[in-house]
Design a protein around this ligand. Structure first.
Ligand code: BMA
Length: 821
């Protein structure tokens, strides 16, 4: 972050000398804060939050530790004042235009410059710009921001309505909804300056925004830039885009300039699995004569994207076409990276996208209870070829429909769509998360005692917001028509249509307590959520408690689902041994989650093209917690993450047991295979080969031709509890997978002698004398290339890591299973 800041400073300095516009980052000044009505003034970190500031000043304990969360709820009801003093030079004050730009204020902020109120902000997601010149002095200037309690504001608004909207005051407040508490996150309703404050100087004219449209043909493409320029003086100006230069006669005020740029031999932007995510870099400079006034850099990816919904026998398709090619979406849902967003650095976004890539994902869904993400997230997705499904930040509730609220949302949409629309990774915008499903399926009308009139009004407000205001504003701001989907999911998981059209959040597993096997039946056209919780590794628990026990207040507080631990236990009992010790229970909970995710993803992928997308819930965490994540708060990959990676591989085996036979087939994203051989070996746990089957294909052939069927009588005489199938594909690639006939708790596993040999600092070789299942290697220094894997007797597996490997502990399912006599 530091390096980033100095780079920024360097950039500002360059701008200062060569252009007529520059910015100063006021976040770098010395800031103080205090609680309104209290005299103690403390240093503050900007950007930041009041919670982190109180913590850095030792006024509160670590909000994430144990159940400290409960102790610090008072903060949300107070008002907080942030102040700074900054110098302005004579030269600076001589500039024609000086503006204060607030890139993110959380949320109800009254801003005073030298005692004059210059802004009343009321939306976390908006950016604010104020003419400051007339209020500034040469020398010292005072900036003061009073943050009013968002909770109190929300409650005031709530009291104005004759009915109660689900959920609580959060729906009245344009602020990340997860901060009010979620089933994986604490309630930490912050206030503060969450993004930098800039002091901008410009003369003559400045670029306000850059949008673009694309026309792509085989041999050439055209990018039609649309650039908004605010000119202060009429006259002739010129715009340069890379090497292309054009003159424009500008009028005073806002000018909309079109600037086509031709591209020969266009290289398209693809997701990483379908091709290369090619990007074109453009520098756009506005000049008067030879003086550059203002410049902007953007990266553009040439691509088309469609959401195909065609009627078919079952209902309606739901899939994306990227550059005319069908895309099977493999991915996850992301939530914000932290409860305190300003602590998140670019590096962490890089890691998040890195984990998506590690697990073979080509899409992430930025979920509606969070935020419009940081530029860094979309930049990495552009670069790495990952599509983004972006929800507008509304979730699991109904929202008000008064004029002020709607107007506020409209402006928010303008700001955010303007900021994000050039990213090739941004594939689809979605109105909200589960509001529609909630309204039609969660019984709010009854619970909250609505009259018919109330219901009509609330639904009308929904329609207005999500079917009119948001899509219309989105369209009007976008240079190219974007894809808009009104709500995710389109139908609740209890309804038939959920599986025949649109997208579905299938929560029969977990919420409905249905067995994992149900994943095979409940396959929708595009499953945009499904998931199962697991506990994070012991070291993550140790970050917030010293007492690893279910009775511990911290352990309880770091599980936000009412029956979370019981649900994990119930599923564990079905298929796995249930260990006594807390740390072993953690390990087993991860295997349970991994097995569920494997079943789900395989069910989805084998249903292709009926199903064309599988986004599990959820990739990451906002704090250390037991949740549905596959990577914990500290970045540790859970067992599920490795299982997901394998299930999302471009080629995988699937085994279908039907009509007394095992059908073994290859599943590939491209629907055919090169010449190769399929081998199935029946082995016992000591590595003895009991039987084998092969199928050869001489030529490139369709997948259907590569199915190997083993009829049950062929397995007669073998013990299914003590043997397994080793599946091997040798073709363009070599792929190996194991298939077990029974659930882990029925396997006759025995103690194995696992040996680890260090090859060098970054790699080890693992061997075993007997089949070892779910082998967990606890590395002192972080994630490994594989973990929680099975290893057959006599096999060797090489494990690598970019950092040091030092295995301090091992666990496997073998440790927990008593062999049947
Ligand atoms: C989904 C999400 C979240 C929630 C998750 C787990 O439906 O949209 O609201 O955290 O379920 O319950």
């Amino acid at each position: 972050m530091k390096r980033f800041t100095s780079l920024l400073l360097f950039f500002y300095a360059i701008n200062f000398f060569y252009t007529q516009s520059w910015e100063r980052n006021l976040s770098l000044e010395k800031w103080n804060f205090n609680q309104e009505g209290k005299s103690e003034i403390l240093p503050a970190k900007v950007p930041g939050t009041v919670h982190t500031d109180l913590y850095y000043n030792k006024k509160i304990e670590d909000p994430f530790y144990s159940d400290n969360e409960q102790e610090i709820q008072w903060i949300e009801n107070e008002n907080w004042i942030y102040t700074t003093q900054f110098e302005v030079s004579k030269k600076e004050l001589n500039q024609d235009h000086i503006q204060l730009q607030f890139l993110g204020l959380d949320t109800y902020a009254q801003v005073f410059l030298n005692g004059k109120k210059i802004l009343a902000a009321n939306n976390f997601f908006r950016t604010w710009e104020v003419d400051a010149k007339k209020h500034l002095n040469v020398g010292k200037n005072d900036l003061k921001i009073i943050f009013n309690s968002a909770v109190k504001k929300g409650k005031e608004e709530m009291a104005k309505l004759p009915y109660k909207l689900p959920e609580n005051e959060r729906v009245f407040v344009r602020k990340p909804q997860y901060q009010f508490g979620w089933d994986w996150g604490p309630r930490l309703v912050t206030v503060g300056i969450w993004k930098p404050i800039l002091l901008k100087f410009w003369n003559n004219a400045e670029i306000i925004s850059v949008k673009h449209q694309q026309k792509i043909n085989k041999e050439n493409a055209e990018i039609l830039f649309n650039i908004l320029v605010n000119a202060d003086k009429t006259g002739v100006y010129n715009l340069t885009i890379n090497k292309n230069k054009k003159e424009f006669q500008l009028k005073k005020g806002v000018n909309s300039l079109d600037f086509p740029v031709a591209i020969t031999n266009p290289q398209l932007w693809w997701t990483h699995d379908l091709g290369t995510p090619n990007l074109y870099h453009f520098e756009i400079a506005l000049a008067k004569g030879s003086t550059v006034l203002n410049s902007k850099n953007i990266k553009i990816g040439l691509r088309t994207i469609e959401l195909v919904q065609e009627k078919d026998n079952a209902g309606k398709s739901f899939y994306f076409k990227l550059n005319g090619k069908k895309l099977y979406a493999k991915g996850s849902n992301t939530i914000p990276l932290h409860s305190f967003l300003p602590t998140v650095t670019g590096k962490e976004y890089e890691k998040l996208v890195g984990e998506a890539l590690f697990a073979n994902m080509n899409m992430i869904r930025v979920w509606g209870g969070g935020i419009y993400e940081d530029d860094a997230l979309y930049d990495f997705c552009d670069e790495k070829g990952v599509l983004v499904w972006q929800d507008f930040p509304f979730a699991c509730a109904m929202y008000p429909g008064d004029k002020d609220f709607l107007e506020n949302v409209k402006k928010e949409v303008v700001d955010q769509v303007t900021r994000l629309q050039n990213h090739p990774s941004l594939g689809i915008w979605c109105g909200n998360n589960e509001n529609d499903e909630g309204w039609h399926n969660w019984g709010w009308q009854k619970q909250l005692g609505y009259t018919k009139q109330d219901s009509t009004k609330i639904w009308k407000d929904y329609v207005k917001l999500f079917r009119e205001i948001i899509p219309k504003t989105l369209d009007s701001v976008s240079a190219q028509k974007p894809i808009y989907w009104q709500s995710s999911p389109s139908n609740g998981w209890g309804r038939k249509q959920a599986y025949t059209e649109g997208d579905v959040h299938y929560w029969g597993v977990w919420w409905g307590m249905e067995p994992f096997e149900k994943y095979k039946e409940k396959v929708g056209r595009f499953v945009s959520e499904y998931g199962f919780q697991s506990m994070p590794q012991a070291s993550t628990f140790q970050a917030f408690t010293q007492n690893l026990s279910f009775e511990d207040a911290g352990v309880r507080n770091h599980q936000k689902h009412k029956t979370g631990y019981e649900t994990i236990r119930t599923y564990m009992e079905r298929d796995f041994p249930v260990p006594e010790k807390f740390e072993d229970f953690i390990y087993m909970s991860q295997l349970v989650q991994a097995s569920g995710m494997k079943i789900a993803i395989e069910a989805h992928r084998t249903s292709k093209p009926y199903n064309m997308g599988s986004l599990y819930w959820q990739l990451n965490d906002v704090w250390p917690v037991t949740s549905w994540s596959s990577v914990d708060y500290f970045g540790n990959r859970k067992a599920a993450h490795f299982a997901i990676k394998k299930a999302f591989e471009p080629t995988l085996f699937t085994v279908d047991f039907k009509d007394n036979a095992y059908k073994i087939s290859l599943n590939r994203d491209d629907e055919w295979v090169e010449a190769g051989q399929l081998t199935v070996v029946l082995k016992d746990f000591n590595g003895k080969i009991l039987k084998n089957w092969t199928k050869k294909s001489e030529r490139k052939s369709e997948l259907e031709k590569m199915i190997l069927q083993i009829n049950c009588p062929e397995l007669n005489g073998f013990d299914v509890n003590s043997s397994y199938l080793e599946l091997l594909w040798q073709g363009d690639k070599e792929i190996r997978q194991n298939y077990f006939f029974v659930a882990p708790k029925f396997l006759n596993l025995t103690k194995a002698n696992v040996q680890i040999k260090k090859i060098n600092r970054h790699s080890i070789a693992v061997t075993t004398d007997k089949l070892v299942k779910g082998l967990y290697l606890e590395n002192l220094y972080g994630n490994l290339s594989d973990n929680y894997f099975d290893l057959g007797a006599g096999e060797t597996k090489i494990i690598t890591a970019p950092h040091e490997i030092e295995i301090k502990n091992m666990k496997s399912l073998n440790d927990f299973i008593q062999p049947k006599k």
